[in-house]
Design a protein around this ligand. Structure first.
Ligand SMILES: NCCC[C@H](NC(=O)CCC(=O)O)C(=O)O
Length: 446
């Protein structure tokens, strides 16, 4: 048996809401204050996981984080009972309260960067949780993310866990949303493509002017060093600052790769020529399919509105791939037309699978944002916490759990309701038992 690509999707947490916290992420700003439906959000995510499991893919589940994050509110000076803390934060600093209530850990592409054992010097899988320093509501994720990843990949014979990079702007790290790995077979050593938005230590170099570039060159090179990747196996490429300024806050909003296919918008990278030269060199006599999408077919605006590139490319066989897109792609004529051309053209992608992920999409997260990819050999897969791998039984347990505990409407005003805190703690406590994660949440450890 060969190595496989497993996708670990984030289970949407019970406090999913639209708080407009992500400046530079168009959907997040646009939907600020819209009422959310946490139950529907979680079920939409689970439906995608189940469909891919049913097609034979290895599908994992990553638990959400404890929200509201009472410990962070305490760190910031709020004191008294939990109920008092929530009431006081709602009154004096509502934005801080929404930050501590965000279910943003659902986008597990931002949880970490992972290098498979076939790429690393010591032959282990290397995992570094992203520090997510650019957005306060996300910067409070890494500590619990690290605990969750350790509980899932809990065998140090196979998995090497690093701490997140220093939590400063110079090392701004957004994880796998800016990391793609190209290879022939999943077993083979691959080329790890790190895409960054700016230079942390050389601010005079080209950078966006309007929206923040969340990820730095220094973060990418540090991860490559930590993971024991050789120079020949890594590529550091700058994202085009102009597209960041149009709302492409992560590279996975404008490019996606799998094995020998790289699907990208013509405006995605600052130096496309250098990238393609290096990729052709890497694949030399083996087939390589760079699929460049011209602005004449799909504008950057359409790419952002539909999340065409925030798709998953999944290998159906050695030669064939499916593209997993959000339903929004089929509601846009240019993108719909492009997809039909794509699957009939001479490349491995020959099937479109679409999912309704509207609840996540309204916060700027598509199919690719919701998953963290891990290449696993059969032995490594055997060492993963089996209770976090989806099967019929786990799917039905999780859907029952969601139906039992989640609300079907949440507004920003609801966040000061103390019963929401108790509901979420009860739900998460039960979840740690279902997924057999141990006491990963601060409220279970205080
Ligand atoms: N990879 C997709 C990440 C989407 C995420 N959205 C958010 O956090 C929106 C939260 C809010 O506005 O309520 C982000 O921008 O990091």
């Amino acid at each position: 048996m060969h190595a496989v690509e497993a996708n670990f999707d984030g289970l949407v947490g019970p406090t999913h809401n639209y708080a407009g916290l992500s400046y530079g992420n168009v959907a997040s700003s646009k939907n600020q204050q819209v009422a959310s439906n946490p139950k529907e959000a979680a079920l939409q995510g689970l439906a995608k996981m189940k469909a891919l499991h049913d097609m034979g893919f290895v599908q994992g589940v990553l638990a959400p984080q404890e929200r509201p994050d009472i410990n962070t509110l305490k760190r910031l000076g709020f004191s008294g009972s939990d109920t008092h803390i929530l009431a006081l934060a709602a009154k004096t600093d509502p934005v801080l309260l929404t930050s501590c209530y965000s279910a943003s850990s659902m986008w597990t592409a931002n949880a970490a960067t992972i290098s498979p054992s076939s790429d690393t010097l010591d032959g282990k899988i290397h995992i570094t949780p992203a520090n997510l320093v650019n957005k306060f509501h996300r910067s409070i994720e890494p500590e619990t993310t690290a605990r969750i990843l350790q509980a899932v990949f809990n065998d140090n014979q196979y998995f090497h866990h690093h701490p997140p990079l220093p939590a400063v702007d110079v090392f701004g790290d957004e994880g796998a949303a800016n990391h793609t790995r190209l290879c022939n077979d999943y077993d083979d050593a691959g080329l790890e493509l790190f895409v960054f938005g700016r230079y942390g230590l050389s601010p005079e170099k080209s950078a966006p002017c309007r929206f923040p570039a969340r990820h730095t060159y220094e973060a990418s090179t540090a991860i490559a060093r930590l993971h024991g990747l050789t120079l020949e196996q890594t590529l550091f490429i700058q994202q085009n600052p102009d597209v960041i300024d149009q709302g492409v806050f992560h590279n996975d909003v404008i490019a996606v790769g799998n094995r020998n296919v790289l699907l990208f918008h013509e405006q995605a990278f600052l130096d496309k020529k250098e990238l393609l030269n290096k990729l052709y060199h890497f694949f030399h006599d083996k087939p390589f399919y760079p699929i460049e999408v011209s602005s004449n077919f799909v504008s950057v605006k359409d790419a952002i509105n539909t999340y065409l590139f925030n798709s998953q490319l999944l290998s159906l066989t050695n030669e064939e791939m499916a593209i997993v897109v959000p339903e929004e792609c089929l509601h846009n004529n240019a993108v719909k037309h492009y997809l039909s051309e794509l699957i009939s053209a001479d490349n491995p992608i020959n099937k479109v699978l679409n999912f309704n992920l509207k609840q996540s999409m309204q916060n700027g997260g598509g199919p690719a944002c919701l998953r963290l990819r891990v290449i696993l050999t059969p032995e490594e897969l055997g060492a993963v916490n089996p209770h976090c791998i989806l099967n019929e039984f786990l799917y039905s347990k999780l859907t029952n759990w969601v139906n039992k505990h989640y609300r079907n409407q949440l507004t920003i005003q609801d966040l000061s309701d103390p019963s929401l805190l108790h509901e979420t703690q009860l739900a998460l406590d039960e979840l740690t038992q279902i997924l057999q994660l141990g006491s990963i949440y601060p409220f279970q450890r205080n």
